[in-house]
Ligand binder design. Sequence first.
Ligand SMILES: Nc1ncnc2c1ncn2[C@@H]1O[C@H](COP(=O)(O)OP(=O)(O)OP(=O)(O)O)[C@@H](O)[C@H]1O
Length: 266
Amino acid sequence: MQEKKKDLKVITPSEKASIYKTENLNLWYGDKHALKDIQLDIKQNEVTAIIGPSGCGKSTYLKTLNRMVELVPSVRTTGEIHYRDRNILDKSYQVEELRTKVGMVFQKPNPFPKSIYDNIAYGPRIHGIKNRKILDEIVERSLRGAAIWDEVKDRLHENAYGLSGGQQQRICIARCLAIEPDVILMDEPTSALDPISTLKVEELVQELKKDYSIIIVTHNMQQAARISDKTAFFLNGEVIEYDETDKIFSNPADQRTEDYVSGRFG
Ligand SMILES: Nc1ncnc2c1ncn2[C@@H]1O[C@H](COP(=O)(O)OP(=O)(O)OP(=O)(O)O)[C@@H](O)[C@H]1O
């Protein structure tokens, strides 16, 4: 007898909601054409890795997603980036609004020269939260979310500079979580860390994708293969290939991707 088909709809990754849709994005630093006709549909609650050789435009692309790139005076862009269906490159889009939704973690841990507690409470305080009990709750929740609560709960009022590099990076992730973002951008977040701290941050990224969408620039291809769902391979300012991470690393469509992921250049 034929088995009765279950009426279950399988959600394939391509059907997941988009968090960012980039359409025909071009970016110039003065005369330097750094991003060329970028098309990328980044999905919600996934880890998306951006890989490629030095100078190919990875960080530039990441910094367009929170418009940080505008801090460079010579920058000019054309095209659109839709974040949850609104074009963030439209001048009417308030950058302050965007920054409350999109957190960023940098290559080098950059805690403020303040206590661990004040590092985490900083963003919420800027948003007007003064109530100590509420701040206490946010601090604890954020530190737990960044998997560092147990290590620091007895030293919350000590300076964050007294922590190890790996702990400082998780404090920076907790600081990011405290503003309750929707997206977390990570620019080579483990490149300054030792292998054990790197592993902790990688495990954390896996945990965080349940609640956040994460876009991570990495030079470390094993890391991209380990932690991401999708990978975009950039070369000379172009996206050469964007697909499921397994496909990019095992059976890429483009020879240049194959050469890069197999270590033939880069
Ligand atoms: N502020 C700037 N002014 C002028 N050119 C810039 C600026 N920032 C980056 N560029 C140029 O834009 C291109 C892309 O740089 P970007 O930093 O995005 O590359 P990347 O892939 O992140 O490199 P890396 O892996 O070395 O960090 C490079 O040619 C770089 O020299």
